[in-house]
Design a protein around this ligand. Structure first.
Ligand code: ATP
Length: 360
């Protein structure tokens, strides 16, 4: 993990107590075997199927070039599927694109706000564009300014704002027509950890009001903190799908690391043999470390009790211990085998994204 990533993980806790929508809910997004091939033959999306329930927060994870932007642009009708079908809020993206557009909010990677205008002016223009009734506009604008915490600077030009403030304003502009589904394409790329945390709070607020959120991201801790479910994309195909917790469970194991006071090789060998002999640790792996031992187990809390009993019996003094749980980074790396894909600092090729065209 990079420094930034670690910092963000420490400052936020994984999402808990969430109600994952059940299949009885209506589908906000229904993509069936979607393929997108560009004119030059690049098969950017190869058979993606997705069901996203109303009110769900879905994270769409993938390394650079995996096909996230192509997928999201297809879902929001900016690209047509070469094969397969997409329905958003019950409307088909190919035959009813206008109805789809009116029922969604889409935040692209590049901010679309006018920096020479103030937040209030930007929101007024968005209200006009989305056809918000004129007698409702003032109230909507004030509510959104409150939501994104920009009331104090509502009449200042946005060019003076930080990247995080501009992103918050950008997200507010895609919500003026109260869309039931919002698509966010790597919304926090380039933001510092503090700005990212504020934007995350805002996304949580939107989702807690019932809005379905589809978020593409390369930041694994972002998905961990925000999403009910994540789908991992690589080379245009979904290679894993589930709640962040269930994905961690599939490949991850907790690790208990124990350091002994002035350990000798003999002492370590003796203790490790004793720990390996404990029956309750049948499903654990025990290994020697320079200062003691490490135990990898599915339930390390249970394992810890046995390990500490063995150490007490062997009269070994503990100088330190640490428990480490798997993160989405571990899952991501084990699935994609790509070290760079988990890097926080990866840059977006915005030039290429800005020149995408509708493929035939
Ligand atoms: P990033 O995180 O870098 O934005 P991504 O996961 O969003 O990546 P896409 O931008 O969808 O990935 O790109 C998927 C593949 O399609 C890549 O191989 C990319 O080079 C290719 N691609 C994207 N846009 C075009 C285009 N307009 N014409 C041809 N190929 C394209």
């Amino acid at each position: 993990m990079t420094g930034n990533l670690q910092m963000a993980v420490q400052q936020s806790s994984p999402r808990t107590n969430r109600t994952v929508p059940t299949q009885e809910n209506d589908l906000a997004i229904d993509a069936d075997n979607v393929h997108v091939t560009y004119d030059d033959g690049t098969e950017a999306v190869r058979g993606v199927s997705l069901d996203v329930a109303e009110g769900e927060f879905l994270g769409f994870l993938g390394p650079n070039g995996a096909g996230k932007t192509t997928t999201i642009r297809t879902l929001v009708t900016l690209l047509y599927p070469t094969e397969g079908s997409v329905s958003i809020n019950g409307y088909d993206t190919t035959t009813e694109p206008q109805a789809v557009r009116e029922s969604i909010g889409y935040m692209a990677q590049e901010t679309s706000i006018d920096l020479e205008l103030t937040p209030r002016e930007n929101l007024r223009i968005a209200c006009e564009m989305y056809g918000v009734p004129s007698d409702e506009r003032n109230e909507r604008i004030e509510t959104l300014l409150d939501l994104v915490d920009l009331h104090d600077v509502a009449d200042k030009r946005a060019e003076t704002f930080s990247g995080g403030m501009q992103k918050r304003l950008d997200t507010a502009t895609v919500l003026v027509h109260r869309p039931p589904v919002v698509f966010l394409d790597e919304p926090t790329t380039g933001l510092d950890p503090e700005a990212r945390l504020r934007v995350w709070d805002y996304f949580e607020k939107i989702n807690s009001r019932g809005t379905t959120v589809f978020l593409t991201t390369q930041y694994l801790e972002e998905a961990d903190r925000l999403c009910d479910r994540v789908a991992v994309l690589e080379d245009g195909q979904i290679i894993a799908e589930g709640t962040p917790e269930s994905l961690k469970d599939t490949v991850g194991r907790d690790t208990l690391t124990v350091a002994f006071e002035q350990p000798t090789d003999r002492q370590k060998r003796r203790v490790i043999e004793a720990v390996r002999a404990v029956q309750t640790l049948d499903d654990a792996t025990v290994e020697s470390t320079p200062s003691g031992l490490a135990v990898h187990a599915p339930d390390v809390t249970r394992a810890a009790t046995s390990v500490f009993e063995v150490l007490t019996d062997a009269d070994v003094a503990i100088s330190a211990f640490d428990v480490d749980s798997p993160t989405l980074d571990d899952i991501f790396l084990s699935l994609t085998g790509d070290d760079e894909s988990a890097a926080v600092e990866s840059e977006i090729d915005s030039t290429r994204a800005a020149t995408q065209e509708v493929p035939r």
